[in-house]
Write a protein that binds this ligand. Structure first.
Ligand code: G6P
Length: 447
């Protein structure tokens, strides 16, 4: 089996080796701190050895629960937001047929998502689609108190109970939450739902390799063992005793911090494969929530190429020089599409006849890299052999490990997210939630 490969040749320019070597001690310290567990946020390091510590019993339990839903449902709605949503969404978008919702024959339930927004029309349309369909629910919330998923669950639970009765609904609802705390734990225990636990020491954005991500992925028919296997391979490749230059997570973390110090405040995660769009959304939460604090942190952005070359390409080529790119480059496509010759050649494309579509895409990728580097945009490249469960598992762990290292190099606590509470407090105050009387008064005075 291959591994994903990080290439930083086009990232640091002249003196790259020296720059990297001088950044090595800080990265090595960060790795030591992570592994000793004596740094900031050290009660949230459960992800560090998560892949290698998942047991056969845990995997079988997840697969059995997935089977229970598969046997009963044509649609399963995974309810959650942030880390309780993006991991599964990213993996499913990467692995699924892009037009899965148009396919009439499904070998596994269609996994849809809810609770990741408060869109009334979104929920109306979802409820409408679920009418007279056999559906089930996976309700995911680590805290068990997040408003968006709680609201979606209230609506969909009622609909399910109305459609199949309370008893059968219990066979189709699985809750993933804290072992003892939170409203969802209480509700699940009271109703007698099957539950999975999100370990206390695994933060939401690091939880894709717990049942949070694994259950929806298994329900959709994908091989969670391969996903975990890939993550284990990367856990070893980025291990504590691997020398700095051979540890891709350390090199990535060090490189982005060198660039940040040099004024590159924005990192754009680029893909040339639309299936990776949501992988970037997952990555944005991982890095945004981990590093964006104390008025510090690279702003994680993303683009889909070549699509966005026709919209954001101008800015990236010529705009303010505060950006760098990290390109997710997929080596091998799953399918083959050859460009046909055309006798009339009215579109002038006969020079491409006989080539695969991916050859055109690869030249777009190379041409873009050269143009952007020439334009002053440092370029990191992560080569992914193919989009499979195994390599996605590698990629997930690679980014998680690098995120921990990078946050410690930056000097922040990469494992908390205090800033997220500000909007929640205001929303509750505006909605008049009991207990928020003083905040309600204060915010109304601002209106
Ligand atoms: O899983 P939950 O507790 O519902 O949290 C879901 C998400 O919302 C929070 O506000 C945090 O900012 C995220 O880190 C978290 O992943």
């Amino acid at each position: 089996m291959e591994t994903i490969n990080l290439n930083i040749e086009k990232a640091l320019g002249k003196g790259a080796k020296e720059q990297l070597l001088s950044a090595a001690p800080k990265a090595e310290d960060a790795i030591k701190t992570l592994h000793k567990g004596n740094g900031k946020g050290n009660d949230f390091l459960g992800w560090l050895h998560l892949p290698s510590s998942i047991s056969e019993t845990e995997l079988s339990d997840i697969e059995a629960a997935a089977k229970q839903l598969k046997d009963r449902c044509e649609i399963v709605v995974a309810i959650g937001i942030g880390g309780s949503y993006l991991g599964a969404k990213a993996v499913l978008e990467a692995l699924s047929n892009t037009f899965i919702q148009m396919q009439t024959k499904q070998s596994a339930p269609l996994v849809l998502f809810a609770g990741q927004n408060i869109g009334e029309d979104y929920l109306y349309e979802l409820q409408h689609i679920l009418q007279n369909r056999q559906f089930g629910l996976i309700n995911i919330s680590k805290s068990g108190t997040t408003t968006e998923p709680a609201l979606a669950f209230r609506l969909l639970k009622k609909q399910l109970e109305d459609q199949v009765g309370k008893n059968e609904a219990k066979n189709r609802i699985i809750a993933i939450t804290d072992a003892s705390k939170g409203a969802l734990r209480k509700l699940a225990d009271k109703e007698g739902y099957k539950t999975f636990i999100i370990p206390d020491n695994v933060g939401g954005r690091f939880s894709v390799l717990t049942p949070v991500g694994l259950l929806p992925i298994a329900v959709a028919g994908y091989d969670i063992r391969q996903l975990v296997k890939g993550a284990v391979a990367m856990e070893n490749k980025c291990g504590e005793n691997v020398p700095f230059t051979e540890n891709p997570a350390a090199v990535y973390a060090a490189t982005r911090n060198i660039l940040y110090k040099a004024g590159k405040k924005i990192e754009i995660l680029v893909n040339f494969n639309p299936k990776l769009h949501f992988f970037a959304e997952w990555w944005k939460q991982l890095y945004g929530e981990s590093e964006g604090k104390d008025h510090l942190g690279i702003y994680p952005a993303s683009v889909d190429f070549t699509t966005d070359l026709h919209s954001m390409g101008q800015w990236i080529q010529d705009g303010e020089r505060t950006i760098f790119e990290t390109v997710l480059s997929v080596k091998k496509m799953k399918y083959k599409v050859e460009i046909p010759a055309d006798e009339e050649n009215l579109d002038g494309l006969n020079f491409l006849a006989g080539k695969r579509v991916d050859e055109v895409n690869k030249m777009a990728e190379l041409g873009t890299q050269i143009a952007h580097v020439d334009g002053g945009v440092p370029n990191l490249k992560i080569e992914i052999p193919e989009i499979t469960e195994y390599y996605l598992g590698q990629l997930i762990y690679f980014f998680e490990k690098a995120c921990g290292i990078s946050g410690y190099i930056l000097g922040v606590n990469p494992f908390d997210q205090p800033g997220v509470e500000a909007y929640k407090k205001n929303m509750f105050a505006l909605l008049g939630k009991p207990g928020y009387e003083a905040e309600t008064k204060a915010i109304k005075a601002k209106l």
